[in-house]
Design a protein around this ligand. Structure first.
Ligand code: SAM
Length: 268
């Protein structure tokens, strides 16, 4: 059982891993700073405990500790018990989920290892919005996509907001970087993946016709610019989700969810 330690001084240094979570230069989950991962809420904390991420400590109110009691059984890290007011002072804002977990970032997974176990992957280019990244992971988990891969210019998937929006699935769905972007897509091709650029461009093939591979990688781009021409040229086919008249595109996480669903519908 995690050791329960009562703390009522917000300045207590044992709480430093949870301090100033909204600070752009001091927050503990900056990769180049303390490099921690922060999970918010009971469900996300449970997913953290069920993942490869190693918890360091928990901070929360008594009610949330009770809700987590079974999950914390046998977990040998401190649970700092405090009030909602002290938590708000420490993290810098009112946090209505009532519990936080801090964990170490494990070493990144190798692309080859992730691909070996995957049949359906999303590959992101320039997706720099944490909420969109979180939603893509949630969709991947819910619709059975195996992994998320990162090309150039993407936001940190382990930032607190991405972790929260993913409902903790970013801690469980494997992810890896594709080096040497976009030439590195060759590694996917070598592993037998059909590589599909998802683009709303009307000249692209409807997705339902385009997705034919036994192993499939769908490339998704940023809000605004979409995929670069260079990245699309490195893929096998350009595919679109047909849009209603008078509309131009879907949110990237919505498009990812539809592509994952198309895969569920068609892959045997
Ligand atoms: C908001 S869209 C970007 C729109 C951008 N103007 C473009 O032309 O790609 C963000 C990403 O979602 C995906 N996407 C959005 N709508 C889509 C659609 N109808 N068909 C296929 N992919 C779509 C694409 O991967 C796109 O790069």
């Amino acid at each position: 059982m995690a050791d329960v330690i009562d703390i009522d001084d917000p300045a207590d240094p044992r709480l430093d891993d949870f301090r100033d979570l909204n600070s752009s230069d001091r927050r503990p989950d900056l990769p180049e700073g303390k490099g921690l991962v922060i999970a918010e809420g009971v469900l996300v904390a449970q997913r953290l405990l069920d993942s490869r991420f190693e918890p360091i400590s928990f901070l929360g109110v008594e009610r949330r500790r009770v809700e987590l009691a079974d999950d914390l059984d046998g977990v040998d890290v401190p649970f700092y018990r405090t009030s909602a007011e002290v938590m708000a002072e420490v993290v810098g804002f009112h946090l209505n989920r009532g519990v936080l977990a801090a964990a170490h970032r494990p070493p990144p997974l190798e692309l080859a290892d992730v691909l070996e176990k995957s049949r359906t992957v999303a590959v992101l280019e320039g997706v720099n919005d944490h909420e969109n990244i979180g939603s893509i992971f949630r969709n991947a988990a819910g619709l059975g996509a195996d992994a998320v891969l990162f090309g150039d210019r993407c936001a940190d998937p382990l930032y607190r907001r991405a972790v929260r929006v993913s409902m903790g699935h970013v801690l469980r769905v494997p992810f890896a970087r594709v080096p040497d972007w976009p030439r590195g897509l060759e590694v996917l091709r070598g592993a037998g993946f059909q590589i599909i650029s998802l683009t709303p461009n009307p000249s692209a093939v409807p997705l339902a016709e385009a997705m034919t591979g036994d192993r499939v990688a769908v490339l998704l781009g940023a809000e605004g610019p979409g995929l670069t021409e260079q990245a699309m040229r490195a893929t096998d086919i350009r595919a679109r989700i047909p849009m209603a008249p008078g509309t131009d595109s879907l949110n990237v996480a919505t498009a990812a969810g539809m592509a994952f669903y198309e895969r569920v519908r068609t892959a045997s």
